[in-house]
Write a protein that binds this ligand. Structure first.
Ligand code: 0X9
Ligand code: CA
Ligand code: CA
Ligand code: ZN
Length: 311
């Protein structure tokens, strides 16, 4: 349970119920499933939102993931906000209707539910980042693209950036990757764009993270320009700072590098509110900021959904 005052944040059980409620209220638009289970056995829920949601239509598919990092609870709220917006506003908001009708939107609100529940157990925040496998693996260093290549992760199980014993040794990253792999239909990846939400620093980040270079194998100058162009357009709507992810620091085994390097998916990280903070408090903004800081990304999300069509 969340500490007193922060009850508006969703626990795993409350998140699950919010997804069930969305499916119940909008059965033609929202379909709930799971990509697998966490290390401790929790379902990794995924909700699909589209017109004719039960059919696999020929529409660009877009994935939103949240809460890879346990303590980044505002991101779970971000994914739930997307679910709310694209279902409840469908009937009355022309922009929402047009996007939902022309895309297949997948939202995965908690990639790391074990870590997230641990972080709030007993109603006290613990500053926990990783999953709950052994001493914990950092999910965002565990993806199978140049895993552990470049000094952007740690081999020490105690480290907050521990990469795990092998690529996809974390059941959570393995399950999400299996889902993305399953969207290769007739030899082509159906998912064209992705945002992985984190906190904090108010940044829009794009790959590669493993190298400072703008271009590298699998990323030519034109592709790098497209990442930067769409990244800057998104950042212009929410006031975040756009940059290549390695401009922040080198990461290897991150989700964005895998999504792009393996599948050619236009994959971004958003680091949400606040811009700056001291110590761990930046991970725990008061619940009162949830509506403002989630709606803040509406226009950026719409930019990405449009770009997913190839524009
Ligand atoms: O270090 C991370 O995993 C992310 N920052 S956080 O403070 N939320 O932990 C940044 C990841 C950005 N790297 C890539 N997208 N490659
Ligand atoms: Ca559809
Ligand atoms: Ca499809
Ligand atoms: Zn994070």
């Amino acid at each position: 349970e969340f500490p007193p005052g922060d009850e508006a944040y969703h626990t795993y059980a409350e998140m699950t119920e919010a997804l069930r409620a969305a499916q119940r209220a909008y059965p033609g638009l929202a379909r709930l499933s799971s990509v697998g289970r966490s290390y401790e056995g929790r379902e990794l829920y995924l909700i699909k939102i589209s017109d004719n949601v039960d059919r696999d239509e020929a529409e660009p598919e877009v994935l939103f993931t949240c809460n890879q990092h346990a303590r980044e609870h505002l991101t779970t709220e971000m994914c739930l906000h997307l679910v709310q917006r694209f279902t409840a506003r469908y009937a009355t908001d022309a922009t929402v209707r047009q996007l939902v009708d022309s895309r297949e939107i997948y939202v995965l609100p908690q990639v790391n539910p074990d870590g997230s529940e641990y972080d709030i157990a007993g109603g006290r925040y613990k500053g926990w980042r990783k999953n709950r496998q052994g001493s914990g693996t950092d999910p965002n260093r565990n993806w199978d693209y140049r895993w552990g290549c470049c000094g952007g992760s740690s081999g020490n199980p105690r480290s907050d950036t521990y990469r795990g014993t092998a690529p996809f040794s974390a059941p959570e990253t393995r399950a999400v990757a299996n889902f993305v792999n399953s969207r290769v239909v007739g030899g082509s990846q159906q998912i064209t764009a992705h945002i992985d939400f984190h906190t904090y620093s108010e940044l829009v980040l794009w790959p590669y993270g493993y190298t400072y270079a703008d271009t590298a194998p699998g990323m030519n100058a034109e592709q790098a320009r497209r990442f930067a162009d769409i990244g800057r357009r998104m950042a212009a709507t929410n006031g975040y700072t756009p940059q290549q992810s390695s401009d922040l620091y080198i990461t290897d085994g991150s989700v964005n590098d895998w999504m792009w390097g393996v599948h050619g998916i236009l994959s971004y990280t958003f680091e949400m509110y606040p811009r700056t903070s001291s110590g761990l408090s930046g991970f725990y903004p008061p619940a009162s900021v949830i509506p403002r800081e989630t709606a803040r990304n509406d226009a950026a999300v719409d930019v990405l959904l449009r770009a997913a069509g190839g524009a």
